[in-house]
Design a protein around this ligand. Structure first.
Ligand SMILES: CC(C)(COP(=O)(O)OP(=O)(O)OC[C@H]1O[C@@H](n2cnc3c(N)ncnc32)[C@H](O)[C@@H]1OP(=O)(O)O)[C@@H](O)C(=O)NCCC(=O)NCCS
Length: 223
């Protein structure tokens, strides 16, 4: 698998994903999106624009209107009616994932360069319990940057959580249990949203690595 195939590998067939490994400087922005990057530096403009390009390609592949995706509350993308989705970008990777709300209630994706976290970041984003687990996993699979994986999975959790709640979720508000088999489970330590009549207590996701890029993803299915 190469990096372009990562999102497809970690998401169910109910979610449509598109990724790019480089920017297209000529990709157009909708006027309602333009405002978000009007004063942005070139690198920010490029990642934002390619993220929107991926999102529109994914919407078209889903059969949804490939229209403007403005920036909403707390920077969350505003998707066309009936659609849920998520956008991510990191050095050398841009991607978007979309699904019909009738089948998937929320989706969150995150891509990171597959490398150890900078000094002291792990202490800020994890608990002692999580760090003990990461140590055990690192002994068994030293080829995986488990600290980066934890960070990425928590970013995916936040992107899944926010559209359901409209609320902040801190790194200490969820406990992550990653597994060598390419899955992870996140137990919420605060009250979760009610979705389809049931309180969400955890999110289950998948992770994968290819070509130096780590991707994590969560798709919360409709019940
Ligand atoms: C919002 C956040 C998750 C973005 O992650 P990131 O690593 O900075 O950047 P990524 O490139 O992966 O993702 C950026 C995209 O996330 C999306 N995004 C931003 N805020 C969002 C929100 N509140 N809800 C859903 N998606 C959001 C946007 O589409 C953004 O891209 P764009 O601005 O070009 O549209 C991160 O900046 C953040 O605030 N994290 C703290 C909260 C957290 O992770 N808590 C852990 C809970 S266990």
């Amino acid at each position: 698998m190469d990096a372009v195939g990562l999102l497809g590998a970690v998401l169910p067939a109910t979610v449509t994903a598109v990724a790019r490994l480089s920017d297209d400087d000529d990709a157009p922005l909708h006027p309602s999106e333009e405002a978000a990057v009007a004063r942005a530096v070139a690198s920010r403009r490029a990642e934002f624009t390619t993220g929107r390009w991926c999102a529109r390609e994914a919407l078209a592949a889903l059969g949804a209107p490939a229209e403007a995706i403005p920036v909403g509350e707390e920077r969350a993308p505003v998707w066309p009616a009936g659609v849920v989705g998520s956008i991510t970008h990191t050095r050398g990777f841009r991607g978007a994932a979309v699904a019909w709300r009738s089948t998937v209630r929320s989706v969150g994706i995150d891509a990171e360069v597959h490398d150890v976290l900078p000094d002291r970041v792990l202490d800020v984003v994890s608990s002692e319990t999580e760090r003990a687990l990461l140590e055990r996993l690192s002994s068994a699979r030293p080829d995986v940057a488990w600290d980066r994986l934890l960070f990425s999975a928590k970013e995916s959790v936040y992107k899944t959580w926010f559209p359901l709640t409209g609320r902040w979720l801190g790194f200490e508000d969820a406990e992550l249990v990653p597994s060598e088999d390419g899955t992870f489970t996140t137990r919420l330590l605060v009250e979760g949203p009610t979705v389809d009549g049931a309180v969400v207590e955890s999110f289950v996701g998948r992770w994968a690595v290819a070509d130096g890029i780590l991707v994590t993803a969560i798709a919360l299915p409709a019940r």
